[in-house]
Design a protein around this ligand. Structure first.
Ligand code: AMP
Ligand code: ZN
Ligand code: FE
Ligand code: FE
Length: 279
């Protein structure tokens, strides 16, 4: 039995609908999937219903954008209460930040004589947590760029003319937010951050786990993080980080997390909630 605990839909910057995501996971024979859209939980309810109908286990998730010692860190949240009002309020704040950032990126493009309209990006994104991939798609759709790569290279990559930094919450705040909602906080794709030195600080802040298995982690990288997980007593997770069919090839299936890691995750969440109730 296998799981994929890192997946995106069109409720953030993925292209799959919940239907397509669940159908793909079913085809690949996954026992469990978690939806981890950026700064939103909107897609969880429909995906959960579809998983139930397909006989698959579903875990609620999200991927929060945060910062630790000046580094952008992505924090995966699992097993939290999706109706938690504090979590929903904070997420809504960050969705507003994302929407304002889109307007600012579009304003910069306009200054570069590219007459893209923010509304075109919002219409295309059709979700509450729009991001740079949506601006890139809008640039391609309107014929200003040939490809998404070109849009990032010319305009949207860090330090390019339409790049706008994103206001981020601290990693500690993201971890606390997930904990008060009864959930667990896991550092996403540490191998992509190239800054393992932030990990001890995040452990200090209450980090519960680390994503050892990821499409972009080599087996040597995965081993390195498995050792770190052991040293810091962290849970181990993994997922494909699939954003839909990429160049005709879905990357879902590139990571198959053995099910015992899911059991450990759920046990930790249950025992944390239990000890809070007892306290
Ligand atoms: P945002 O959260 O708005 O800053 O957008 C981040 C997303 O943009 C990431 O999840 C990637 O999927 C995508 N992205 C970042 N850099 C590039 C790039 N150079 N080419 C294509 N996509 C990128
Ligand atoms: Zn993404
Ligand atoms: Fe990420
Ligand atoms: Fe992701």
């Amino acid at each position: 039995m296998f799981a994929d605990l890192h997946l995106h839909t069109f409720f953030s910057d993925g292209t799959y609908s919940p239907e397509e995501l669940v159908a793909s996971a079913k085809r690949l024979n996954f026992a469990t999937v978690a939806l981890t859209d950026h700064d939103t939980v909107e897609g969880c309810a429909p995906t959960e219903r579809l998983c139930a109908a397909a006989g698959m286990e579903f875990l609620s998730g999200t991927e929060l954008t945060a910062e630790q010692d000046g580094n952008e860190i992505h924090i995966l949240g699992y097993c939290f209460d999706r109706a938690n009002s504090k979590l929903l309020l904070e997420i809504a704040k960050f969705q507003t930040v994302r929407q304002n950032r889109i307007r600012e990126m579009v304003a910069r493009l306009n200054q570069l004589s590219i007459p893209l309209e923010a509304e075109a990006v919002f219409t295309l994104a059709n979700c509450r947590a729009p991001g740079r991939p949506h601006v890139a798609r809008a640039l391609v759709d309107a014929g200003f760029c040939e490809s998404l790569d070109e849009a990032f290279e010319r305009f949207l990559k860090k330090s390019r003319p339409a790049w706008v930094p994103k206001f981020k919450m601290s990693a500690g705040h993201a971890i606390d937010l997930l904990h008060q909602a009864g959930g667990l906080a896991v550092m996403a794709h540490p191998g992509l951050n190239r800054s393992d030195k932030v990990i001890p600080g995040m452990v200090e802040a209450g980090l519960d786990g680390i994503e050892c298995f990821h499409t972009k982690h080599s087996s040597a990288t995965a081993s390195r993080y498995l050792k770190l997980a052991q040293r810091f007593h962290l849970l181990v997770t993994g997922g494909s980080d699939c954003h839909g069919a990429s160049k005709g090839k879905p990357v879902m299936g590139s990571v198959k997390l053995p099910y015992h890691y899911v059991e450990e995750l759920k046990q930790r969440a249950a025992s944390k909630r239990g000890s809070e109730k007892a306290a």
